[in-house]
Design a protein. Sequence first.
Length: 395
Amino acid sequence: MRDFQFYTPTQVVFGRDSEQQTGQLVRQSGGTKALLLYGGGSVVRSGLLGRVSASLRDAGVACVELGGVVPNPRLSKVQEGIALCRREGVDFLVAVGGGSVIDSAKAIGCGLVYDGDVWDFFERKAIVTHSVPMGCVLTLAATGSEMSDSCVITNEENGKKRGLGSNLFRPRFAVMNPELTFTLPPYQTAAGCTDILSHTMERYFSGEEEVEPTDYIAEGVLRTVIEMAPRALKNPEDYDARAAILWAGSLSHNGLTGCGRGGNGRIGDWACHQLEHELSGMFDVTHGAGLAAVFGAWARYVLPCAPKRFARFARNVMCVKEPDDGKAALAGIEAFEAFLRFIGMPTNLRELGLTLTDAQLDELAWRCSFEGTRNIGSIRVLERADMREIYRLAQ
């Protein structure tokens, strides 16, 4: 087990009607005027936005609203939010929605106290040293952004999708009411579950082999989502299934499942995420579905570098009984792909609706390698040619 630091300052308020505590939580965090950030009209039609707004008002917190955040959140909306907050004197951010809204709020928070272009942070031209505090009311179990130190934004002008991490991004609080996820469409539910699984596996398939407490926690999170996703899809109002998935999403990405593991310069492998970021940057695909589409190709490509790790995954997560490590590892990958198909996720790019030309394969690898300047992954370090080959194998 490697040395590590674990930091998770977010206060979690979990359960029915918990969104009604939002105003008090903002006030306790020192907020006096909040930006209420959200996505589409569903939070308005459901009455959730009204309940959160009333909670702020009752706590004596003024607020301004900004809607229109979309999946694969856009830089232009972040810039719009920064300008609005500056005009209105906002000192706290409240994200109502899923990971796209929360990530947008994180980017607004650091951009609001920076004199330059917020995209400088994502291009590594500047380092985040300050950020306006934020909290969130979660409506989707997927990204884990409600407790994580990271955010991902797409620059629609150049198609670049970039991630950024800072402990200053960790929300002061996360309000999590499983009932708010009941109305999610099946595809969104499945894609969210896939993202949770991927966040856990990015850490699980990396670093040290002997990290038993962390591995058992990760395997428990994986088994929970694999068991509960079909239940939630069969009965969208299964409170216990929705609650388990919602909490698993937070545990998967708050750093817990990476403690002691290490990786190539950071905790985790993250190759699947980096490969997918370029897919959604170029083609605007759903993030969880993109992860599902590239997983099998990535797993088979890197398998020779870690057969025992894949065999452990097969036995402890996918319940494979095969005693031979090599056969068990392949059976585990196939069993996981079967699960993805069962919940309605694609397992290759064609099922995602993409047929890539040679030029597009070259472009994806060029972008994923940051124009030939970086490698990705830790279980197997992938160069630009490796990235292209995985995209090709994923078709």
